[in-house]
Ligand binder design. Structure first.
Ligand code: ADP
Length: 264
């Protein structure tokens, strides 16, 4: 999107550099966003990026960027990933993990990071934890966005994405000013292949089976906050931000206490 750095290293791989690097944050955020497809993780990631400066790292965006390359430039792994994606299925863990591991320098970004769409299975979450422990990267918080099933189906079916800047609209909840055209760059809006009704069902089943267990995984690690994904994007964002700040204040207060104890 227009407000972001171009995320080139994430979208195209580590041989490419981002156009701008974010200012280093004193306490950079390391976030994972969880929630079923359609709860609005992508929109929240954008809003969080604007406020926190942390880079928006979406695995779905990486696959879509690779898919928009000419067919002859697509690796066999990417072709396989796209076949799964179009059917609404999860891409196999090994392909996803190779792609993320190759881009792991993005997790060291000075501005912090917001992982959106990854991890999506327990195996991915465990692999990520191992890599972060090994490389000394801190996951600060995991946000789980919750929304009733009926609302999710309605959101996905009405979602339209800009083919140019990837901004997301909804035909009823968040329509563009001109039908079919992006407000920001006038790009054409399209219905994602995996937002078609037959794929939506498969995606929601995959979420319940493979991704929902991550809620307990991160709760047990003491990293989880839960936010309702009902309401306007701005309201959901304010809710998220308030909870993130409260967590940070508690964390800093705890550190101060420990430091005082140590000095005694
Ligand atoms: P949404 O959350 O709206 O479904 P994403 O843009 O995050 O969409 O992902 C689109 C598709 O890309 C998924 O349905 C899946 O096929 C594939 N994908 C993205 N990330 C992963 C992942 N971590 N593991 C497996 N498949 C993934």
């Amino acid at each position: 999107m227009s407000t972001m750095n171009n995320r080139a290293a994430w979208l195209q791989g580590p041989s490419v550099q981002c156009e701008t690097t974010p200012e280093g944050a004193l306490l950079p955020w390391g976030l994972v966003l969880l929630g079923a497809p359609g709860v609005g993780k992508g929109t929240q990631a954008e809003l969080l990026h604007k406020r926190l400066r942390a880079c928006h790292l979406s695995t779905g965006d990486v696959f879509r960027a690779a898919g928009s390359n000419p067919d002859c430039n697509q690796s066999p792994a990417i072709k396989e990933a796209l076949r799964h994606m179009q059917r609404g299925e999860l891409v196999p863990d090994s392909i996803v993990w190779d792609m993320v591991r190759e881009r792991s320098s993005c997790l060291h970004c000075r501005g912090g990071f917001i992982l959106d769409g990854f991890p999506r299975t327990l195996a991915q979450a465990e692999a990520l934890k191992e890599l972060m422990d090994r490389e000394g990267i801190r996951l600060t918080t995991v946000v789980n966005y919750a929304l009733p099933f009926g609302d999710i189906v309605a959101r996905l079916g009405g979602r339209r994405t800009c083919e140019n800047c990837k901004a997301v609209y909804n035909v009823t909840e968040r329509p563009p000013k001109i039908e079919g055209k992006c407000d920001q760059c006038e790009g054409k809006l399209f219905l994602r292949e995996d937002d078609r009704p037959e794929s939506i069902k498969v995606r929601l089943e995959a979420y319940n089976r493979s991704t929902a267990p991550l809620i307990d995984f991160y709760r047990d690690l003491g990293l989880l906050i839960e936010v309702s994904a009902k309401g306007s994007p701005d309201d959901i964002f304010e809710n998220t931000f308030t909870q993130l700040e409260a967590r940070r204040v508690r964390e800093v207060a705890q550190k101060v206490l420990v430091a005082q104890e140590d000095r005694r």
